[in-house]
Design a binder for this molecule. Sequence first.
Ligand SMILES: [Fe+2]
Length: 622
Amino acid sequence: MAERRTAAGVDAAFYEDRRPAGGAAAVLMHILGVSCYFHDAAAALLRDGVLVAAAEEERFSRVKHDFSFPARAIEFCLERGGVAARDLDYVAFFEKPLIKFERILQTSLATAPRSGGVFRQAMTGWLLDKLWVKSLLRSTLGIPPDRVLFCEHHESHAASAFLCSPFDDAAILTVDGVGEWTTTAVGRGRGSDLRLSEEIRFPHSLGLLYSAFTAFLGFEVNEGEYKVMGMAPYGRPRFVDDVKRVVRIGADGAFTLDLDYFSFHYSTTRSFTSRFEQLFGPPRTPGLPFFTESSGYPAYYGEKPGNFHELARENERYADIAASIQAVTEEIVLAMARHAVDAAGSTRLCMAGGVALNSVANGRILRETPVTDLYVQPAAGDSGAALGAALYAWHVVLGHPRGFVLDRAAWGAVPSPDEIRAVADGSGLAVERYEYEDELVDRTVGLLEGGAVIGWVQGPFEWGPRALGHRSILADPRRADAKDVVNVKIKFREPYRPFAPSVPAERAAEYFDLADPPRHLPARFMLLVTPVRECARARIPAVTHVDGSARLQTVTADTNPRYHNLISRFGEATGVPVLLNTSFNLRGEPIVNTPHEAFSTFSRSGMDALVLDRTVILKGQS
Ligand SMILES: [Fe+2]
């Protein structure tokens, strides 16, 4: 009988009596979900509708945002599930390549000859691989074609949110760049069924609008969106009226772009036009350091330039543009959220698609709309659609009742004890091994209290873009200089990228303005930005953003016990049960997977100690 998971404290009783009819023993079915060829490629394996393993390809290939066929992620999922590829009952692909190809061809024809580049890229790329996904899945996995299912892109997103949520009945909102044609969809889920009843179609896209501003502000599309969100609090939204000239918004949040300002639908290299530049001025030069009067000049940038004030003013203008696109995005998302719950007659909302990773907007949905319960899964972007496609196949296509809630984030590979031993033995550094968890935790607390920056590797790696206490870099958030220390030693991030606080769910309300924190699963996945309580800001300066907010992560004892234990004991020792948590990687690299990768990153950075399961490796001692 397969293991079943229920959300602790979140409708657990509801799921107790909704297990598959006849018991799990009646069925033993494996469904592999796959997403690739657009954004982050990933695979997820379900056994009788319960998630067994899920991983993004980048963790194995070490190529950030790897979108190629996820051969290694698939191999990992099959190995973890103990199932051979030929024994898979179904493979569910996250979108319908033929319809997507049709959209690209139709758009290319409508915008010819400007779209020549898009057309050529489509003809070569698509005809080589993407169009023949079914043959590729058949040849690589050895399964017959009638076992390959194709789910529409936004149905995969919708399924990835609703079907593993703790809700039996909820509104659904999916918002991203684009799938086949749909860029935004609204619908409702009930039991094991879901329906998307309204949509907005390409080229009108909130994701592509935000990405156009991301590119304009000098950041890489599909990577720098977080930077725009983080930069926004340094500015004032004084360009909102200008942003509303390029996107018109209806009362229900429906929007249309003025295509005179955009070129993403016919260009492979540029997403906005010269008319956009006439409105917002010249684009920000990529790679230039960002600072304002309020951020000051970070020590790790080097010597302060003589024309600091002039450069700061220039940056403030870009921060004002970031604040403006963020404000308009929030206005649209909030209006759509209100509309979705109103249409569904529910106060519960499930969201997915890249825009659902906008944690500032998510926080406002809970604070400012009738939504009482929000669910966003940790891999809310395209990687998560692999899980969505598999869930869609199990519940909607095959009609099985619900029985699984995604209430935790760690579904990846586990570090092997042999590899940990080999890494420690070959490190040439001082190594400590702890038989008991409490000893390990107390030692780690002591190091953190002493100002150490620590690499923390425990259990399976996380599903989605956030490090949530399994592949994290940790520091003491009470120190005002901790942010600079982590940046100087490891991250070299600009000041607009705040570090996140991890806090036991049961203590979160003392520090953050969030009612009943254990109830909100997106907070477990670092997908809600909330205000830091006025009285707590001075206690955790390193994780409080310039506007007094934080992208908190709540940690529960049942879903992440060792990390919960660590933060709780840090709280007992210091009076502050909060840790600074940032992802375990160097700039531009994917988050580490194996102990070897963790040690390599540790060695190339200024981290002081590395904790691999119950082994501690210390720099500066041997
Ligand atoms: Fe998507």
